[in-house]
Design a protein around this ligand. Structure first.
Ligand code: ZN
Length: 203
């Protein structure tokens, strides 16, 4: 399986990193080796002094598809979850300055936390999903899918022009504002509405 990630999909996060608003979705991949095994901690890698959390809604693909028309995108997933796109911001900033690919900062081992999933029929409205991240019991990120620059169905249509979507693939849909550095002993807890989707310790 593959993990397709969308960057710069919420304007408040674009502003906090002083990035420019993209004219098309920013897309990058993580390998399956980036997924944190169930019930394991996140271990800060030796190569970075600035690991940021990015909480994101995650779409799980359940059907093979390519060149998906946006009006059919909803037939390619039936679960939405929550995860963290861990980012070595110090390394990413250096790579960006050089115009190099982001993988070393975004796709390293354990850079991808995949929490629980909820069946789409449990949501009243997929275009208004509330989600949040608490760090040490303090709210640090909160978002709503209504604030995505590109909505879930648009993203599926867009990325399927480039990548065949396969069963089990995950799409990380971008992070809202509030990203910050994690340090050893932090506890991160993610929520969709008031349902806890994951809890993770930083080591
Ligand atoms: Zn992200």
């Amino acid at each position: 399986m593959k993990i397709i990630c969308i960057g710069r999909n919420y304007s408040d996060h674009i502003e906090e990193l002083a990035n420019t608003r993209p004219s098309h979705p920013v897309v990058f991949l993580k390998p399956d080796s980036s997924i944190i095994p169930k019930n394991q901690n996140f271990i800060i890698p030796a190569f970075s002094d600035e690991i940021h959390h990015e909480v994101e809604l995650v779409v799980k693909i359940n059907k093979v598809g390519k060149h998906i028309d946006e009006s059919f995108s909803n037939k390619y997933y039936n679960e939405i979850g929550l995860g963290i796109d861990f980012t070595a911001r110090d390394i990413q900033n250096t790579l960006k300055q050089k115009g190099h690919p982001w993988e070393k900062s975004k796709a390293f081992d354990n850079s991808c936390l995949v929490g629980d999933f909820i069946s789409v029929d449990k949501f009243k409205d997929l275009s208004k999903i509330d989600f949040s991240l608490k760090k040490n019991n303090q709210l640090v990120q909160s978002g709503n899918s209504s604030n995505m620059l590109w909505k879930i169905d648009e993203l599926i249509s867009y990325v399927s022009q480039y990548f065949t979507l396969k069963i089990g693939d995950l799409i990380f849909t971008g992070t809202p504002a509030g990203v910050s550095k994690v340090i050893s002993q932090d506890i991160l807890e993610g929520y969709i509405d008031s349902t806890k989707m994951f809890s993770l310790k930083i080591k």
